[in-house]
Design a binder for this molecule. Sequence first.
Ligand code: BGC
Length: 718
Amino acid sequence: MNLRQLLNDMTLDEKKDQLIQLATLFYAGAETQGEITGPMEDMGITEEMIQNSGSVLGASGAKEVTNIQKVHLENNRLGIPLLMMADIVHGFKTIFPVPLAIGCSWDEKLAERSAEIAAKEAAVSGVHVTFAPMVDLVRDPRWGRVMETTGEDPYLNSVFAKAFVRGFQGNDLTNDKNKVAACVKHFAAYGAPEGGRDYNTVNMSERELRENYLPAYKAALDEGCEMVMTAFNTVDGVPATGNKKLMRDLLREEWGFDGVMISDWGAVKELIPHGVAGDESEAARKAINAGVDIEMMTACYVKNLKELVDSGAVKEELIDEAVLRILELKQKLGLFENPYRGADEQLEKEVIMSTEHREAAYELAAKSCVLLKNEEILPLQKDKKIALIGPFANNGDILGQWSWQGSKEDAVKIYDGIAQKAGADNVFMAQGSDIESATEDQFSEAVKVANDADVIVLALGEKSEMSGEAGSRSNICLPDVQLKLIEEMKKLNKPIVSVLINGRPLDLHGVYEESDGLLEAWFPGTEGGRAIADLLYGDVNPSGRLTMSFPYNVGQVPVYYNHYNTGRPKDAPDAQERYVSQYLDVPNEPLFPFGFGLSYTKYQYNDLTLSKDYLAADDEIKVSVKVKNVGSIKGEEVVQLYVRDLVGEVVRPLKELKAYQKIELNPGEEQEIFFTLTEEQLRYYHEDLSFESDAGKFNVFVGPNSQECLEQSFELRK
Ligand code: BGC
């Protein structure tokens, strides 16, 4: 297809209509349709605009998608196919753990595989583009969307951003119908809303933005990610969706991104309540000038762009460029030849929720749970009587947000997993409480059931709506009623193992001290119960490590490992008792640091060695360390390497993750692990935002988490 020619054949009306994205209910071929007098009329959208529109939000299911496309092509004058887009975030119907959990696996191959499977299930259902990966860096667990990202570290987030893009897109999007185009989001810095309140203001210096928040988006684009979605928030006073500096100057000019840029849901029109546009016309002008190609779910573009072009306020060229980018994506996906692409009802039956896909979901769930505490209670013995108590004991709400195609009925619940492993005769169950309320009867039944058991396993947590979009909480403890349930159980003087189902690092007061064993299972997805049972009984040795710090309490938030020193660090040799940077009532450190996670075996780190004590700019240093499994069972360990630049032009973090390796060790086995460090890894943004390294001394840390490391140093010579 000659796209330039096609563009020339389009009228201005057809062009600007190509830029709107609406949900399926607006389309004649959809199974559930909106009334012409309903949302369409409210938004001022006409039939003609829909016939000319370019993409659909939330379409899935081969039958429906095929139908929508067919009817559309019959009515679209130039026969331009629709792009079908949807949020396929951590699985389509086979649901993988939430991305924060996937990050905790530190296994980018499995992450890639999860995206590949999600893409395959979505593609046969007719989806062309997924609104993923979400790679926003996060430091505030009050924000509900921390569950959608891989955590607080720019390097780790970048590694996973690339893995997800590879998994979704593969390397031949045009011919491989099992793949979908990826859309990295939310550009930019959506993960840093003030106070953790969703959609709230983001204020940070450009250096902070570039150093910590931008790398993961950039990594996704370097991997060939086709699309970018804007963020809802402001960045330095300008909403991201109308932010020319972010989109035209940085994304397009500096990074050379020439793919499609889409607004987040309704974000163009939200320029009005943000207070940077007086009406829809001004919102449209600002967004298109700033670089947004597709307006999602509001109609500022379709209603105003023609007039804005006629009056000279918007150059037609900008609209042409936006349309061309959209047409190019359609071309790349092969839609002009085959507008139905992968949609295939027969394949849907064969591919979706296949045994192979469920196995992959199981494996990732088993590798992403993090063992936080174990006072010689885990693994459980199979012949011990277990009382399984709590609102998640027999609850399918373990998929987490953004699993709209997933079904709770398909989920392996914790009870199912444990009963299958230990035998139903060994497991007694009582709900004990709902998530946020309980009756006296529920409590007394739980006490009765627990009385007969050797060990109490509590399945606690947040329901999925308590995290995710618009799921911010100011109190990140478990709901009071569950804390009360723990208190009641504690009175029975039996060992307690708590399993947590939740979408954010929690304040674990009332759980941590009271539990002898504590397993953070996040929202583990479709195979969650099976994975949890295998971990509790030791058929799988826990290997997940946190990628977001667990605060000691919410007053410490934000607390993250790669922070700066102060002029008065608490642990300096000459520190005063009072006039240091500290809280009077809690430690400075989080309860569990980045990188932390226990195992059923123990690893010893020895002989951290650098191949040289200096690094020349064009050379490299080999870092080696010996890691030994000194326990009695096989296990996987995440060996983490951090660096500190001791004197910089601007302050530098106390530690920065630069590399890691996940290794497997048999009992008694020792491996020597090698890393390579080069000058490039030591660069950072200077005062004038130049990105370079400084000569001088650096510390290298290698260890099992960001706090317990062996240390060496070297000098960078330039
Ligand atoms: C979310 C996006 C999502 C979009 C489309 C918005 O509310 O912020 O992450 O992709 O909806 O569903």
